[in-house]
Design a protein around this ligand. Structure first.
Ligand code: PLP
Length: 442
């Protein structure tokens, strides 16, 4: 059929459905058919809205006017204070811009620059597609499962040398999605020095900063390299407010930061104008100093930590290589040790593996390919955020259980039937593969 339009060739070239959407749509469809699915495919924090934020939103529902493109001044001031005091990054309101989620701000940064994008392997799903839609070149820094996907300075340097574009943007994400690991401060300092020497801008996606599990401090590259770092944050993860769509970017102070802000404001002004007014007014309460909200954020982070560390310790028990998570609610296990046994079942890529686990064990995951990992490396992303928190009632129940009795073992034993069954199924899956290996060997 002839269309009364033609898609832009760049968009047309990237229209194949992403594995992320495929798995999510498949789970929704299976649930609608009444089938059981153990959903580890969804990375969405699901704790209840804090009552103070609920009240703040209700009180501002009549705010109907457009707000300044850069954001509500009172909100930008609260955000600047938050970054100055809590994140130890001296920040003024002039450096802050808000948008409907950090995702459009990441887009605006890439659009504002004429830069090649340098990404660690693995990296969050949207950075590379955004770059490709903007016709920017993407370079992945090589890393592999055997080394726990360590990001090395050598590999960064090799990658930087491949790019002939004098303008480069390195996107870092710590704690990270898909694996929950964090960059160590000393390593971060080295990366920052390197970027300063080579005039590379860092985009630091710190959306999970307040979900750190507590065994490693969160440190921003802006601490070492303030003049060359753009920090991203928002309410989606630590306050479980993804659907509120409130994201933040903190640009460098000084002349180059001002120029970048001018560019990003033009993009914001021509695309989204400003985030929803009631949400911005309510967000002031989320960023203002408030011991109750700080405490709530810490509690939610702790429950994520308990649940994610629990699943991680079982994967390790089953002998599955998996970097230890230090924040957020993700795990990135690798199944390469069972490559042959899996090949015998027709599983050759991480996409095949995700489909196999869904069809045979009813476990939904995302394949490593969605995060820039080569297809033949059998890595998967598991998200614990949805497990035993499938409904609002279950999420509220779990939080209440922890608040009444903050005992990690009891929380996992008494309130996690879905997690227990998921673990049992992972065990059965690995047992089946070992049997296959024993069968072949014997
Ligand atoms: N960055 C990472 C690493 C994420 O995992 C997500 C959401 O899944 C985002 C950014 C986007 O968050 P927002 O809701 O602020 O757009």
């Amino acid at each position: 059929m002839a269309h009364p339009f033609s898609l832009h060739p760049t968009l047309a070239a990237h229209l194949k459905p992403s594995p992320t959407l495929f798995i999510n749509e498949r789970v929704t469809q299976l649930w609608a058919e009444g089938k059981t699915v153990y959903h580890l495919g969804f990375g969405e924090s699901r704790f209840p809205v804090h009552p103070k934020l609920n009240a703040a939103l209700a009180a501002n529902i009549q705010q109907t006017s457009y707000l300044p493109t850069q954001g509500l001044p009172a909100l930008r001031t609260a955000i600047a204070d938050f970054y100055t005091k809590q994140m130890k990054l001296p920040t003024t309101a002039a450096q802050v811009i808000v948008a409907s989620g950090s995702k459009p701000l990441l887009w605006a940064l890439q659009m504002a620059l004429d830069a090649d994008l340098i990404l660690p392997t693995p990296s969050w799903v949207s950075y590379a597609p955004q770059a490709r839609l903007l016709q920017r070149t993407v370079h992945y820094i090589p890393a592999n499962a055997a080394d726990g996907y360590a990001l090395t300075l050598d590999a960064l340097d090799q990658t930087v040398r491949q790019s002939s574009n004098p303008s480069k943007l390195l996107l870092l994400n710590s704690p990270n999605n898909p694996g929950g690991w964090m960059i160590e401060p000393s390593q971060l300092a080295e990366i920052c020095n390197y970027c300063r020497q080579h005039n590379i801008l860092i985009g630091s996606d710190e959306i999970y900063a307040l979900t750190a599990h507590g065994n490693r401090p969160h440190v921003s590259p802006a601490h070492y390299y303030p003049e060359g770092t753009v920090v991203f944050g928002g309410l989606s993860k630590h306050l479980s407010l993804g659907g509120w769509r409130l994201g933040v970017a903190v640009l460098p102070a000084g002349e180059s930061g001002d120029l970048l802000m001018r560019g990003m404001k033009v993009i914001a002004g021509e695309i989204w104008s400003s985030p929803a007014a009631p949400i911005q007014y309510a967000a002031v309460a989320a960023y203002q100093e408030d011991a109750e909200i700080t405490d709530y954020i810490a509690t939610c982070a702790k429950v994520h930590a308990v649940r994610t560390q629990h699943l991680w310790s079982w994967l390790v028990e089953f002998g599955i290589p998996c970097p230890e998570p230090q924040g957020a609610f993700y795990l990135f296990p690798n199944f390469d040790p069972w490559k042959e046994a899996l090949a015998a079942k027709g599983v050759h890529t991480s996409d095949d593996l995700a489909s196999h686990l869904l069809e045979e064990y009813q476990i939904a995951t995302l394949p490593g390919t969605a995060f820039g990992v080569p297809a033949h490396e059998l890595s998967l992303r598991l998200a614990t955020s949805y497990v035993d928190m499938e409904s609002e009632e279950k999420a509220a129940h779990l939080l209440a259980a922890w608040q009444t009795n903050p005992n990690p073992q009891q929380l996992m034993e008494e309130h996690h039937p879905v997690m227990q069954e998921t673990i049992r199924r992972f065990g059965a899956f690995i047992d089946g593969l070992q049997d296959g290996l024993r069968g072949e060997n014997g």
